[in-house]
Design a protein around this ligand. Structure first.
Ligand code: NAP
Length: 291
């Protein structure tokens, strides 16, 4: 039976570190500030944005929530970003993904001042991650996954790691973090064209699943004792659930639990870490701005 890696508990530890850092910054006259821009009314995005703003309030981070209509133009979103770039009270900016189809998300990300890009999606920060330059921002979800792996006491040096998924938000940065000096894993990145994925995954001491398909990683993908980090957040219909759906990960939790050495649950695994690392990145941006 696997050890359950408790993301909620580890996120509390990270948030306690944040509280101390915020206190020190405030004593030096700096209040960290985060602006969250939501374009449109996507219900899941609204939930994410509200929980980010709520976490800022709890911690004493100044936050601004800017809601633009679902008909907003590219120019309107760009103007908002440029205004926030120039605002000294704002140290971190994020534009909630996905925006409506008329918005060119890449162009918006490129318009964010890299020093305020707390999502770590700007090309300058992507390059810094690849270069192992610690002055950049690491995307929050993979940063949170790395912390979970470390807190669980899992050895990454020389370990075989398989990352399933190659998105810019999770898969690619996760692979870079696992292979970086200091982590030193041997990394394979799998995706929809990978042949015999189950066999590839069975080589892994560490599997990071970021696929977006409910319960995709099955028991027969898992080497006994492997560590499983489940990034997936999927809504699946469930008549018995109050809201008519339940959340599940990309890993078939119940069956993998029997075979793995350690596993993150969904919910309560990677999710809380993502928001905790958004707070960390905002504090880092505020500290850097103070010089
Ligand atoms: P994404 O951009 O849709 O990427 C999914 C990746 O999975 C792609 O690289 C895709 O391959 C690969 N894939 C799809 N079908 C596959 C298959 N049959 N076999 C192997 N690989 C396959 O998704 P994402 O943004 O990385 O998110 C992944 C999951 O994580 C989602 O459930 C999302 O909700 C969740 N998520 C959670 C958090 C959190 O805070 N916990 C944060 C971000 C995302 P191709 O590249 O070949 O298409």
């Amino acid at each position: 039976m696997a050890t359950i890696i408790d993301g909620k508990q580890t996120a509390e530890v990270v948030l306690a570190e944040c509280a101390e850092e915020i206190q020190a910054l405030k004593e030096s006259g700096v209040t960290p500030g985060l602006a969250v821009v939501l374009v449109g009314e996507d219900p899941a995005s609204q939930v994410y944005v509200n929980s980010k703003v709520r976490k800022c309030t709890e911690l004493g981070i100044h936050s601004e929530k800017i809601v633009l209509s679902k008909e907003a133009t590219q120019e309107e979103v760009l103007e908002t970003v440029l205004r926030l770039n120039a605002d000294p009270a704002i140290h971190g900016i994020l534009v909630q993904s996905p925006p409506p189809p008329q918005i060119d998300e890449d162009a918006i990300v490129r318009a964010i001042d890299p020093a305020k890009d707390v999502d770590g999606f700007h090309p300058e920060n992507v390059a810094k991650l690849a270069l192992e330059d610690g002055t950049g921002f690491v995307p929050c979800t993979p940063a949170g996954c790395m912390r979970l792996i470390r807190e669980a006491g899992v050895e990454t040096s020389g370990a075989e790691a398989v990352v399933v998924g190659r998105s810019m938000i999770v898969g690619k940065p996760m692979a870079l973090l696992l292979m970086a000096r200091g982590s030193d894993a041997t990394v394979t990145v799998a995706h929809s064209r990978t042949k015999d994925l189950a066999a590839v995954c069975r080589r892994a001491d560490i599997i990071v699943a970021a696929v977006g398909i409910p319960e995709f990683i099955r028991e027969d993908f898992v080497k006994p004792g492997a560590t499983i980090i489940d990034v997936g957040i999927n809504r699946v219909e469930d008549e018995k659930a109050k809201r008519g759906y339940r959340l599940c990960g990309d890993v078939a939790y119940e069956e993998v639990l029997e075979k793995a050495g350690a596993i993150t649950p969904v919910p309560g695994g990677v999710g809380p870490m993502t928001i905790a690392f958004l707070m960390k990145n905002t504090i880092k941006a505020a500290r850097a701005s103070a010089g």
